[in-house]
Write a protein that binds this ligand. Structure first.
Ligand code: GTP
Ligand code: MG
Length: 200
């Protein structure tokens, strides 16, 4: 499960513009600012393969990165960004839903959940939507390094609450991986997990 090389292949505005070479791929999904692009950079150990920003809404297209010339990791625009217009939000859902439903080479979705905030309805709704459409998913908690919070709960408490809510809604329970793009926590575990899924 080592990453030897990674190359940016293309940005696509629509599902039908995505690469057609039938390599297995993993989609990185989650709220704006949850750390999708940062996680990709941490996985491949490159600073700015995927562009990141403090401001939500940085990633706007479907971005394909080819790892070891054999599989893709896909950076997607985030959902739930309050400042985008209603029309843009409708576009987001038809555009990404089109991608999920039609992408035959999709191995699994990595659904990123911010461990530094309490469970968010929009993340649970997203998990439900993926579950209903039989799209395999793994929960990846991000920002687990944020242990010092002045208000609210710690990441481990937020994670436990989120897991309880998911267990109430699912019969099978998906895999969970705790990560931090700052400390590298979970990097090896996630790479191993992805290599196991590819080899099924
Ligand atoms: P969009 O492209 O806007 O949907 O956002 P994104 O999900 O790609 O988030 P991005 O990777 O751009 O990160 C957003 C912010 O969170 C940046 O300021 C990152 O530095 C920060 N961040 C990301 N991952 C972590 C993490 O593991 N720990 C901490 N402390 N901060 C993180
Ligand atoms: Mg991004």
């Amino acid at each position: 499960s080592r990453v030897k090389e990674v190359e940016f292949v293309k940005s696509s505005a629509r599902a039908r513009d995505c690469p057609k070479d039938n390599k297995p791929e993993f989609a990185i999904l989650g709220r704006s600012n949850v750390g999708k692009s940062s996680l990709i950079n941490a996985l491949v150990r490159k600073k700015e393969v995927a562009l990141t920003s403090k401001k939500p809404g940085k990633t706007q297209l479907i971005n394909h990165f080819l790892v070891n010339k054999s599989w893709y990791i896909v950076d997607l625009p985030g959902y739930g960004f309050a400042k985008v217009s209603e029309t843009a939000r409708m576009d987001w859902s038809s555009f990404t839903k089109g991608y999920f439903i039609n992408r035959d080479t999709l191995v699994a979705v990595l659904l990123l959940v911010d461990a530094s905030v309490p469970p968010q309805k929009i993340d649970l709704d997203c998990a439900n939507w993926l579950g209903r459409n039989n799209i395999p998913m793994t929960f990846v908690f991000t920002k687990c390094d944020k242990m010092k919070v002045s208000k609210g709960k710690r990441p481990d408490e937020n994670i436990r609450e989120f897991q309880q809510l998911i267990r109430q809604n699912y019969k099978v329970h998906p895999s969970w991986i705790m990560t931090s793009s700052v400390t590298g926590l979970g990097r090896d575990e996630l790479l191993l997990h992805m290599s196991q899924l590819r080899n099924y």
